[in-house]
Write a protein that binds this ligand. Structure first.
Ligand code: ARG
Length: 269
């Protein structure tokens, strides 16, 4: 081979390599941004559950869950939009694929995990009994046998109430409505998530009721997604980042007035 040919061939193959490398680079970048930008995410929530989700006077969604999912979206580079739905309509909407996720103080349960996937736990909660502030007799589940118990439909509190012998369970579309029923003297007790009931008492939203006894359960909230959602890993990675970089703590302190106690487990069970 003549020297000039050798040089020319080398230059040709070199530039071919460069072109290929450039293509490879572009392709990779496209794939990555497509993975991350599979938004916007339409996120379902039942917004009558302060301090997790509620509507401000101007109708805007506010609360711990709302800010957390917005921060997750920001971290993941995905726009987040909200759809208000009844609590017992969230899982059907996920199954029908009309929403990408649901954040609604939703407890990760074995039963729900059969039909939807959850993010890693993002909040530790538990059920509590609320009674009239004058009630000095009710201190535990045993005292609720044969009593009238108000609950929000489709919740873990409703399930717990349903397991009490001879109890008459009355269901409401929201937790505040169930608590109001108790305040009105039409129910003997409410079984609801402790943080939500305590908030209703602390803000004065529901007067003349109190929480009694120990927490009935330990429950972990998760963000629900359709089964095998491609967003699950992206969402979990963003949530983990917020837990590590202090953003989670900042949002927590804003809504609960204290730093979170202890660390969250990586899985609910
Ligand atoms: N943690 C309970 C559950 O998952 C109650 C959640 C109610 N949430 C709401 N936004 N109303 O059943």
């Amino acid at each position: 081979m003549k020297r000039s040919h050798f040089l020319r061939n080398t230059v040709l193959s070199l530039s071919a390599t460069l072109v290929l490398a450039a293509c490879g680079g572009t392709q990779e970048a496209t794939t990555t941004s497509e993975d991350a930008a599979s938004g916007p995410w339409l996120v379902g929530t039942e917004p009558a559950f302060p301090p997790f989700e509620s509507q401000s006077d101007s109708g805007e969604l506010v609360g711990f869950d709302i800010e957390l999912i917005q921060a997750i979206g920001e971290q993941a580079g995905v726009d987040v939009e909200f759809e208000s739905l009844p609590f017992d309509g969230l899982i059907p909407a996920l199954q029908a694929g009309t929403i990408e996720a649901a954040i609604s103080g939703m407890t990760i349960t074995k039963e729900r995990s059969e039909t939807v996937d959850f993010s890693r736990p993002y909040f530790r909660a538990g059920l509590a009994i609320a009674v009239d502030s004058e009630d000095s007799e009710t201190t535990s589940l045993e005292n609720l046998e044969g009593k009238t118990i108000a609950v929000q439909i489709g919740t873990t509190g409703a399930e717990m109430a349903g397991s009490i012998k001879d109890a008459k369970v009355t269901t409401f579309d929201s937790a505040p409505l169930a608590l109001q029923e108790l305040a009105n003297g039409n129910a003997d007790a409410v079984i609801n998530d402790a943080p939500a009931t305590l908030d209703a008492i602390a803000t004065g939203n529901i007067p003349d009721i109190k929480v009694v006894g120990e927490l009935l359960t330990e429950e972990f909230y998760g963000i629900a997604m359709p089964k095998d959602s491609p967003n699950r890993e992206i969402l979990n990675a963003a949530l983990n980042e917020l837990l590590e970089n202090g953003t989670y703590d900042t949002i927590y302190e804003k809504w609960f007035g204290t730093a979170p106690v202890g660390t969250l487990p990586e899985t609910a069970f």
